[in-house]
Ligand binder design. Structure first.
Ligand SMILES: Nc1ncnc2c1ncn2[C@@H]1O[C@H](COP(=O)(O)OP(=O)(O)OP(=O)(O)O)[C@@H](O)[C@H]1O
Length: 362
């Protein structure tokens, strides 16, 4: 567990945050420009010391009261927007620099193996190249590799994809997804791209004006109609599911999610593997009964949990999968006219028809 609390003034900007992040997986810091995301990362790294602060990383106190472990003594890897590789060194030398740093940092245990990192990020073919001859995505892969080889207890990533074009981002995202699966290092990930966050994050810290607006599991926050996330373009829910089987005849995979089972097009992975699914709110419609004679494959019983109007004409509805509403949250966007006509209310068990389910994380 990472426990953090920072408050104080930086110029005219006031930061006052407190959050806890799990020791595994990706915790994303998300919020509008200038809300303080980078400042939080800099506080965690020990680059900024505000008037008050506390930081405990897996039981090790990095900051509390007068205690302040300096930046070079913190076992962190830091990946920035622009990969800051050493231009005079080859790719291999840049990676080895990461390893040497590990030996200097206090508490840095050698748990991340050179060959594993090279394989995970497919860096071997780049080894002997000067860093000036790498693409943006390749540079970022090397920068991530170098950060990992410093044996961090915590990986900090500040908009690591934002300097890349769309293709570059798409190229690197699968590597980040794999890192997530293969390594058990916690990651604090700053981004203002909700698409990236939907794919990568497990926990979300939603920031506003230097404070924490909400924090919790990504699936819960994305589907909370009281949060501004649902007012973004194309709001969606994410569900983590287990692949149960694949029917090659119809090209459909059966995926179990908490509180239900979904069919999704394509052979999305071996039986037993976990996959993240993304369902747009506007692809979920509601009815009182199971509809007959429909081409929609996925119709699941759900409980209406919360509702929030969006403007005068639309309603955002948070559903919980299952008759008893004990399953995963799901977001639906319906017209206010339909909502009023059908007389739905929180607590009702209804049927959700899901027009499209996309794969968000492989
Ligand atoms: N060294 C500094 N001195 C004074 N003010 C600062 C300093 N660094 C940042 N700020 C201010 O603190 C606020 C938060 O900045 P920060 O970079 O943390 O925001 P952010 O959420 O990461 O923004 P963005 O998404 O645009 O990168 C901004 O108003 C910024 O101008």
């Amino acid at each position: 567990m990472i426990e953090a609390q920072f408050s104080g003034q930086q110029g005219s900007f006031k930061l006052d945050v407190e959050f806890a992040a799990p020791s595994q997986g990706v915790t994303a810091l998300f919020g509008p420009s200038g809300c303080g995301k980078t400042t939080v990362l800099r506080c965690v790294a020990g680059l900024v010391r505000l008037a008050q602060g506390k930081l405990v990383v897996d039981g090790e106190v990095w900051q509390e009261g007068r205690r302040f472990v300096p930046v070079h003594r913190r076992a962190i890897g830091y990946v920035f927007q622009e990969a800051s590789l050493f231009p005079h060194l080859s790719v291999r030398d840049n990676l080895e620099f990461g390893q040497k740093r590990a030996k200097r940092a206090k508490g840095g245990k050698q748990t991340i193996n050179f060959d594993d990192v090279v394989e995970l990020l497919a860096i071997a073919p780049l080894f002997d190249r000067p860093t000036s001859r790498l693409s943006g995505g390749e540079r970022q892969r090397v920068a991530i590799g170098r950060a990992l080889l410093s044996q961090p207890r915590l990986l900090l990533m500040d908009e690591p994809l934002s300097a890349l074009d769309r293709m570059g981002r798409e190229e690197i995202l699968p590597y980040l997804e794999q890192l997530h699966r293969a390594l058990s290092i916690p990651v604090l990930y700053v981004s203002h791209d909700i698409g990236e966050i939907e794919r990568l994050a497990d926990t979300l810290i939603l920031m506003r004006h230097g404070g924490v607006r909400a924090a919790g599991p990504i699936a819960e926050l994305l589907s909370d109609p009281s949060l501004p996330l649902v007012r973004m373009p194309e709001p969606a829910s994410v569900l983590d599911g287990t692949v149960m089987e694949y029917d090659p005849g119809y090209g459909l995979a059966t995926v179990d999610v908490p509180g239900g089972t979904l069919l999704i097009a394509g052979d999305i992975g071996p039986t037993g593997s976990t996959r993240r699914l993304r369902i747009e709110a506007s692809d979920v419609s509601l009815s009182r009964e199971v509809l007959k004679d429909t081409t929609i494959l996925n119709a699941l019983p759900v409980r209406i949990d919360m509702v929030q109007p969006i403007g005068d004409t639309q309603m955002t509805v948070r559903l919980k999968l299952g008759e008893d509403g004990n399953g995963a949250p799901l977001l639906s966007r319906v017209s206010r006219l339909s909502w009023d006509r059908l007389g739905f209310k929180p607590g009702d068990t209804v049927v959700a028809q899901i027009k499209a389910v996309a794969l968000a994380r492989t």
